[in-house]
Design a protein around this ligand. Sequence first.
Ligand SMILES: O=C(O)CCC(=O)C(=O)O
Ligand SMILES: [Fe+2]
Length: 315
Amino acid sequence: MTTATGTTTNPTVELVDSTPLLGDAQALLARAFEDGYLFFRGLLARDRVLGLRAQMMDVAARHGWLVDGTDPMDGIADVDAFDRVPPVEAAFCGTGIPLDAYRDIYQIEEFHAIGHDPALTSLYTSLFGVEPLRQPLSIARVMIPGTGFVPTPPHQDYIHIQGTKNVWTAWFPLGDCPRDLGGLAVLVGSQKDGLLTYHAAQGAGELEAYICDSGLPWATTDYAAGDVLTFNSLTVHRGTPNKLGDLVRLSLDLRYQRPDEEITRGSLTPHCNILEWDEVYRDWQDPSLQYYWRDRPLKVIEHDEKLRWQKHKIC
Ligand SMILES: O=C(O)CCC(=O)C(=O)O
Ligand SMILES: [Fe+2]
């Protein structure tokens, strides 16, 4: 019947590049409905992505987690140094790093601004048929290899985010991310099975879906800086193992929805309430992207903690 084999099965198929469909909303929607994901090579400008990588790797370097004397852009982890961080602290909110370092990242203006890149907003305008609401809560993953590192278990974002089920996550690496560096994999078409049942697990989110043996393939690719993967909040996805030993995998996950559908109060706050927005904004040069959602009439609902332990269906 069902086994939680999702973490052990290697992805078997390549993500399909939907770049040729950009500008054809109907074709994009048809593929999104079928596969539960869309993937675009080079959607974002490589230089923009690498510029943010530089700022975020600097945070890792300042905290002593990159090998001294190496170029922070290379992201070469000092695995021994990171192993000295207590595992509970390193696992802070599934980000891969402790709270104080995550706060430093959260205050980087470009970490938030990149989510408003016109390439992303026009993609979601096509998908939703209306200008999207970018959820203010953004997430960075600074996956520093250490002996305690566990990849993100298979899950659907809805179990964590709730609100409307019509939320689409944009996941993209900040740098080239060949499959051996442990990028994201999606279970193609899994959104059609609805909300799955969960058990506690290690790795970001700390919840793992029971995956039915439905024959759906796991898809991934060798990502390059600028590539963007987007998937529905019912699409099962997971991190894959980092086999490269000492290289850091940096990525962002950002979320988009229609402005007239439900959003939880938590999605309007900084991730895990690590700061207040005015602290996030303290050193920003351009205030135009601050509090951009406040003038919009939103359908704000509360998060339902019970949902994660509800039995939906097991195959
Ligand atoms: O980057 C990861 O390992 C997890 C990302 C994820 O679960 C997401 O983007 O929703
Ligand atoms: Fe996720």
